[in-house]
Design a protein around this ligand. Structure first.
Ligand SMILES: Nc1nc2c(c(=O)[nH]1)N[C@H]1C(S)=C(S)[C@@H](COP(=O)(O)OP(=O)(O)OC[C@H]3O[C@@H](n4cnc5c(=O)[nH]c(N)nc54)[C@H](O)[C@@H]3O)O[C@H]1N2
Ligand SMILES: Nc1nc2c(c(=O)[nH]1)N[C@H]1C(S)=C(S)[C@@H](COP(=O)(O)OP(=O)(O)OC[C@H]3O[C@@H](n4cnc5c(=O)[nH]c(N)nc54)[C@H](O)[C@@H]3O)O[C@H]1N2
Ligand code: SF4
Ligand SMILES: [Mo]
Length: 710
């Protein structure tokens, strides 16, 4: 400490990269954010969102600082400031009324992802009220990877050991924009003379530094994974000992991939046979690590695509080997969020969980054994709008912005508008918050505490380093206060919160791990010892304790137990549809300035990236007589909605394919729902399926579209 200036080590909570940060604090305010080079996982990697975005929102003039109640019509933007007691009472009344009229199942919570503090707080709040219904956005993010890992028994999430690899296989991942830790590691791998294989239809910065760039047709990745396995098996390049000891179903897999020759793959994906063979041989000369991204997730055959690559990781012996894909490690006695969500003591009776919206159709997603025990989001919208299979009438939303980030914006808005009651906790008046009856002010990542399990053998700590601005509160405090009021109304099924404060909850997560609050506060993280290859002591999380190349869980559900290839949904379009919608649309391009719909209110970010862009190949632009920088309207095959974007002519995207970002809206403007109907790609996209038969995910890429001059 110098004078009244203090440096506080913490962890940036703005995204799942979990970078170590150093906050400079003066007079109770964060004046500077810098990377923490001591952090065992991020090692000084950082990004502009952490440096500017976090404090930008914390101290923004338009930040939500007090509870508000809607006075005008829903969405009209007329608000009255109220006190916390009144706000919580009105929320308790709103939820209690729906519960009394339609039953506990008529309540739902919404949050984004289960691996953060609010990702546990919100499901536990709803379960305490008797409802198993929680929306997480992971059918749109990482859900296909998660389900594949689960049915394969392969717990390698985020264990890419690029630092020790000889080869990185980067599939559908733009590390440059998405994760600075990963991007730094890839550049170092290159410098060391390691090899990089990129599978991506777009020329990303990783493709630019790669040794082999496989530019497959969107949505055909599985066939390359299968063909790579074909080569490994045919040329005896697979890890025979590892397969014999730790995998089940190899013979069936071998039979399955027999037909997936590189020649066949070429016919489906357009990548030359020789390139596929070369990629397979380089990958087999490991240790190699598989780096996957959203480019192969969130689509209607996403789980099977991940199955192909997860099986490739397994048969090549790259599981939990230095330079391969490391298994999730945890200190003994520590409870991570995923574990709490699945802990039987915090669950509802099985017959209730079987009624979770989506459970019947997608048991691996929404059933009692579902990956994160969450609803199938499109089925929730259906229930809200139609009352089928039962009415869903009240919602509590925190830490997610469905109006902008779920496909089919008009339907999402119609659903939220029609609710009997809606409460939203947020840091800004987002288009979602704008539809609420009550809006609550939320703390930000410098004001609230969080403890997370990170790769690289460390627990990261987010330090509530400064007091909340205004009257903001953290999710746990809100949930506990709300439950007290619900209890007073006799509308609690069973209060699952055994903690009265955030600190008590943190202590519960730390459990008997031996990691103390003092350690965390001093360093911003705590290391723990890990061991590689402890397969005998720590069996794989599958029925026989081994990796299931042939998945018994999929077989039991009459789903394909072996990895396979489903041609992209767009291939099934009729000639008429192809003529009307001649282009393929990719969405979700990440930008360094924004995190999905976040930071859109900040001047610096608007300067760097003022408007949504649609990338188009020069040949395609010429065919359509479109020039750079003109505004176009994007329409997709399955929806009457549309979206505007400004063209960017570039060879980064292949001919016939256009590509855009996501998360666009214009904070504070009052037309078109703050832009959510006008410049948000989800306004042009359907959430109606086809859905992945295992995860329920819809296609966020590879959609047939057309563009016209706006
Ligand atoms: N700055 C910033 N960083 C972020 C985020 C953010 O919003 N902003 N979001 C975070 C979150 S939650 C996520 S999920 C990640 C997402 O980040 P990534 O996992 O990198 O995902 P995307 O950027 O959507 O797409 C990655 C790549 O997939 C390619 N792709 C598209 N279709 C296909 C296909 O069919 N096959 C293959 N092989 N590739 C395809 C795209 O061309 C793109 O290069 O980023 C995280 N990091
Ligand atoms: N078309 C299309 N749609 C997509 C994608 C795509 O590629 N294409 N990507 C998908 C992916 S990968 C993802 S992860 C989702 C992201 O979807 P969202 O999670 O909805 O995205 P964010 O913009 O990060 O929304 C977070 C919201 O929570 C609020 N918030 C931020 N921090 C906190 C906090 O600490 N506490 C609370 N209570 N609130 C907070 C912010 O104000 C913001 O409104 O979008 C998905 N949607
Ligand atoms: S990548 Fe950026 S936003 Fe994500 S944790 Fe690191 S510094 Fe924060
Ligand atoms: Mo995501």
């Amino acid at each position: 400490m110098t004078g009244d200036t203090e440096i506080v080590p913490t962890t940036c909570a703005e995204c799942s990269a979990h970078c170590g940060a150093l906050l400079t604090i003066r007079d109770g305010r964060v004046t500077h954010v810098a990377p923490n080079p001591e952090h065992p996982y991020s090692k000084g990697a950082f990004c502009i969102k952490g440096i500017r975005g976090l404090t930008g929102v914390t101290y923004h003039g338009k930040r939500l600082l007090h509870p508000f109640r809607r006075v005008g019509e829903r969405g009209a933007g007329e608000w009255q400031r109220i006190g916390w007691d009144q706000a919580l009472d009105e929320i308790a009344d709103g939820l209690a009324a729906a519960r009394a009229k339609y039953g506990p199942l008529s309540l739902a919570g919404a949050v984004s992802n289960a691996n953060c503090n609010r990702g546990v707080t919100i499901p536990l709040l709803l379960r305490s009220l008797g409802s198993p219904n929680v929306l997480i956005n992971q059918d749109l993010c990482g859900g296909c990877r998660g389900v594949s890992s689960r049915v394969t028994g392969l717990d390698i999430n985020r264990g890419e050991d690029i630092d020790h690899a000889r080869c990185a296989l980067v599939v559908g991942r733009n590390s440059y924009a998405a994760n600075p830790v990963e991007w730094t590691a890839l550049k170092n791998l290159k410098k060391r003379g390691g090899r990089i294989i990129v599978l991506d239809p777009k020329r990303t910065p990783a493709a630019e530094i790669s040794d082999i760039w496989l530019r497959a047709r969107p949505g055909t990745d599985a066939v390359i994974g299968l063909a790579m396995m074909h080569v490994l098996i045919r040329e005896h390049l697979y890890a025979e000992d590892f397969v014999a000891r730790w995998c089940v179903g190899f013979d069936a897999l071998r039979e399955r991939v027999e037909g997936f020759t590189p020649q066949f793959a070429e016919s489906q994906c357009g990548v030359a046979t020789d390139e596929i063979v070369r990629a397979a041989r380089i990958y087999a000369d490991g240790p190699s690590t598989f780096v996957s991204g959203h480019g192969i997730d969130a689509f209607s055959a996403g789980v099977q695509t991940f199955r192909a690559f997860h099986c490739l990781v397994a048969i090549s012996g790259n599981v939990d080997r230095e330079g391969g894909n490391l298994r999730v490690k945890k200190p003994l006695g520590f409870r991570d969020y995923g574990q709490v969500v699945h802990d039987p003591q915090f669950r509802l009776p099985r017959e209730i969980e079987e009624q979770r919206l989506g459970a019947a159709q997608f048991p691996l997603w929404s059933g009692p054994e579902g990956w994160q025990a969450a609803c199938h989001n499109p089925s929730v919208m259906e229930a809200v709008l139609t009352g089928r299979p039962y009415p869903l009438r009240a919602m509590y939303i925190s830490g997610v912005n469905p109006v902008v980030t779920y496909p089919d914006t008009h339907r999402t808005v119609a659903a939220l508008r029609s609710l009997d009651f809606l409460a939203v906790a947020s840091d800004m008046m987002t288009p979602t918050a704008a539809l609420a009856d009550i809006v609550l002010p939320k703390t930000t990542g410098v004001e609230e505490e969080d403890v997370k399990l990170s790769p690289g053998g460390c627990i990261t700590y987010t330090n509530p380093a400064v007091p909340p601005q205004g009257e903001a509160r953290c999710d746990l405090d809100i949930a506990i206060a709300l439950l007290d009021r619900m209890q007073a109304r006799g509308t609690v099924t069973k209060n699952l919160f055994r903690w009265r404060t955030q600190r008590e909850f943190t202590q519960y997560l730390l459990g008997d791990s031996g990691i103390s609050m003092g350690d965390l506060q001093r360093d911003g993280f705590a290391r723990f010892d890990t061991r590689l290859g402890d397969f005998a002591e720590r069996p794989f999380p599958a029925p026989g304790g081994k990796i299931e190349l042939y998945s018994s869980r999929l077989a039991a559900l009459s789903l394909d137990p072996l990895p396979g290839f489903t041609p992209p949904a767009a291939d099934a379009s009729t000639p008429e549809i192809r003529a009307q919608f001649p282009l393929l649309l990719l969405t979700g391009d990440r930008e360094k300035t924004y995190h999905h719909s976040r930071f859109r209110e900040q001047d610096w970010a608007q300067k760097v990236s003022p408007e949504p862009r649609l990338l188009i190949h020069p040949d395609t632009a010429r065919d359509l007589s479109f020039a750079d920088d003109i505004w176009v309207r994007i329409e997709t095959e399955r929806l009457p909605g549309s979206c505007l974007a400004k063209l960017k002519v570039t060879e980064a995207t292949p001919p016939g394919v256009v590509s855009t970002g996501m998360g666009w809206w214009r904070p504070g403007t009052d037309n078109d729902f703050q832009g959510a109907f006008a410049i948000n790609i989800n306004a042009a996209m359907s959430y109606d399926g086809p859905w992945d038969p295992m995860s329920g995910s819809a296609d966020t890429r590879g959609l047939r579209c057309r563009i016209t001059r706006a």
